[in-house]
Each structure stands twice: as C-alpha cells, then as structure tokens.
Design a protein. Sequence first.
Length: 358
Amino acid sequence: MSGRRSFSADGQTNYEYVVARVRSRRAALFDENDYRKLVRMGTGEIARFMEESEYEREMNALGARYSGVDLIEYALTENMARHFEDLLRWADGEVYNYVARYLRRFDAWNVKTVLRGIYSGADADAIDSDLIRAGELDAETLDRLENADTIEAAIEGLEGTIFQEPLVSAFDDFEAQELLVPLENAVDRSFYEQLIEGLPDENRADRATQLYLEFLQAEIDFRNLRNALRLARSGADMDPAEYYIDGGQLFDAGEVRTLVGDVERLVEHVRESTYGEDLSTALDDLESAVDLIGFEHALDAALLEYADTLSYRYPVSITAVLSYILAKEREIDNIRAIARGRESGLEPDEIERDLVML
C-alpha cells in the first residue's frame, strides 16, 4: 500500500469511530443468499451482479481493459485494497498500528502466490491476477517477483524484506523434498513473528491489547495446526518443529513433533483444548476428509467465527476490525472461487463445497 504512515503509539486512538465504520462495511458484504445466486450464474451474469453492488466503481473502471473472469478478479483485488486503505485512513494511534501490522498478511499471501506460480509454471499474468495489493510490498517489488523465472530469483527479489532470510534457510529442504511446504511455512513464520514482535506480555497489557493478543494467539494456533497437517499429509521427511510458529497456546514445538504423525491423537488433543467447541465441525471434517481442503475451509470459518465472538463480546475493540478484514478476505475468495468454477463448467454444488460460509 502506498502512503502508509510509520508505526507510532502517538495520537489519540479512535476505536469507536473505526468500529462504527467497519460495522457499516461489514453489513454490505455478500451473504449466503448472494452466493447461492452467484453459483448459478455465468461469468457475464456474475459481472453484471457485481456492477450493481458495492463493486460498481472497480467494475466500471476496469471494464474497458478486462472482461470475463479477468475483470472479476482484478475488480475484487482492487476493491479489497481500497477498503483496507480506508481502514488505515480512518485509524489513529494504537488502532492504526494494529491494523497496519495485520495487513502485512497480504505480503505473505503475495510471496506464497509467487512461489506457487513459479513452481507450477504459471506465467506472470496468471500470477498477477492472484496478487492482492493490500500489503506493504510496493508495486516495483511485486512486478519483479511475478516476472522471476525461478524460485531462487524470486527469493533474491525479496532482499531487504522480512521474508528473504527465512526462505534462504528453508531452500535446502525445498530442494531435497521438491515440495513448497518448507518455503510456505517459512513465509508464515516470518509474518507471525513480526506480527507479535514488541507486543507487551498479556498479563501487563491493557484490555484492548489483550484482545489483540487473544485473537493473534488463536490465528497462530490455527496456522500451526494447518501447517502440521500439511506436513503429515505430504509425507515429507522434515521435522515439523522446525516450522513451528511461536506465540500460540494450543501446543508447543515438541508436541507438534509428537502429534503430527498421528492424526487421531492430534484431533483428540485439539478437542480437549480451549478451541474444542469452536473447532468441533472442523475436526469432524478432518476425521472424515479424504484430503485437507474441507478441513482448511472449516478452519477458516472457525477463525472467522472466533473473531466474531470476540468482537460481539467486546464491541468497541480491535477484534471488530480484524473480524471485518477476515470477512472481507473470505468474500473475495468466495467470489473468485465461484467465477473460476463457473468458467470451468463446475456444477453449483461442486462450487459451494469450495466456499467458506458461516
């Protein structure tokens, strides 16, 4: 994002104002009825539906350059970037700092998108359509990354960022296993480490910061769970503790090493944790799933529901803002999945299985 202010604790924090604006934006998000309509439309109908929604500005601005699924995807990412720029424009003091930190998640997304694209042989245009320009990596860096022709070149292009050194360290595992898991996990760990860096201890924090920490702990726990299961299902000969992300409460690095090879024990461990009730549906999906896709969708829904629970429990807090960011991200992912699915000729029921809805 351009024009972002540097982190500062100075200035009056304006939670009430930001939360009020966010709740208004949240009310405008698509709901399940909208998704059920969209999965039965062709791409042209989806585009017209979006033109009559809050995506109108982006659809009209990009309509002369793109069409079909390309138009939909570029409009989605432009719209997301605009909404998150608005968040930062509204916010002051502590709330600005927390939101700015959190929006770096899209830098991690973009780095992983580039790595996946190069790994799968996608061209620069295909990679570009999946980038979400809502983080701090500037346009020049993203352009350089999407035009890199090798994984090594992409890593070199990240010089000066928080991601390069961890990716260099994970590169040997990537070459040995010929899997992206080590690189993707290294990116996740880099993001979460900087996200919690410098935050006060929970026992000494004020209530607003405690809520922020509580949410971040849950997200790190869910990410560790996702990464551990990916390693287990990949069959890769790697120590899962090497990719453990500090900051969560669900398990420590040693427990990850012990549980990752035994999904039944892992599920039981989570069921007995503080997340057992929140993740009961996701855990049922995991036990019955042929692959991880259904479980990961259930995890995404569970995290969003957890954030919503915190935001309603403490209405004027950072959790309402983080909940909106997650909900907006889910909307973008859902509409993209619908558009791509319809273009590929998938049936509505098939597409709905790929959506994350509460």
